[in-house]
Write a protein that binds this ligand. Structure first.
Ligand code: IMP
Length: 215
């Protein structure tokens, strides 16, 4: 059994489409680290959730990147959605000649064990370890206090498209301003979106590894 750490039941339903293993929603509100990349945020969340649950967990972190705006809003997508709203993000993109962008999702998996060597990225928590060794006296977080490497395996999915004026009433978040192959995410039904979406691609990679890996 895998715990999907999220407050969004839609994500859990999506994961079940990809995995034979049973997936349960774990509504654990881990302290989200603000960082310049999705992988760091997801890995941090997976460690915190594993420490909380003591069972295998997956955490996903996702966001929209606009090429002409140097990848904005990226890992800050949720904050920007709350503060500005998607109309204003569209207005920023509209001023640019080039409106390409991408949705990215990183799935982080942690079960407390280390992994067989493979080409997939593994975040080994060296940052936490280094801090623990060098500055244990100043440690203020779990990660720093126990100082153990807690490996997290990362799976990334990317969908490239165009930022467009909002269209469509389906989906959530930035769906209406992201166009993939002529349709916005908000114009697709769930099945169509899952088949090509960033999260679907990351889940497919995770499922392929999970179901074949010698864990
Ligand atoms: P989180 O990973 O659930 O925290 O999402 C981060 C931000 O990206 C939120 O503002 C979401 O609305 C947005 N986001 C993530 N995935 C999608 C998606 O598939 N469609 C639209 N917005 C998304």
């Amino acid at each position: 059994m895998i715990n999907f750490v999220t407050t969004n039941p839609g994500k859990v339903a999506e994961a079940r489409e990809y995995l034979d293993e049973s997936v349960e929603q774990l509504d654990f509100d881990y302290p989200e680290r603000q960082a310049a990349d999705l992988a760091t945020v997801a890995a941090h969340g997976a460690r915190a959730a594993y420490r909380h649950a003591g069972e295998p967990v997956i955490v996903d972190d996702s966001g929209l990147t606009i090429d002409a705006l140097d990848g904005f809003p990226g890992p800050y997508s949720s904050y920007v959605e709350d503060k500005l709203g998607i109309e204003r993000v569209w207005e920023l993109a509209e001023r640019e000649d080039e409106r390409s962008g991408a949705f990215r999702a990183v799935i982080a998996y942690c079960d407390g064990d280390s992994f067989e060597a493979t080409p997939d990225p593994v975040d080994t928590d060296r940052r936490g370890q280094d801090i623990a060794v060098e500055a244990r006296a100043d440690a203020t977080t779990d990660e720093q206090v126990d100082g153990e490497a807690l490996p997290v395996r990362l799976f990334e999915g990317v969908a490239r498209g165009q930022i467009v004026e909002p269209r469509g009433d389906g989906g959530f978040g930035f769906d209406p301003i992201f166009e993939y192959d002529g349709q916005t995410y908000a114009e697709m039904d769930t099945e169509e979106k899952n088949a090509i979406s960033h999260r679907g691609r990351a889940l497919a990679k995770f499922a392929e590894w999970y179901e074949t890996a010698d864990r």
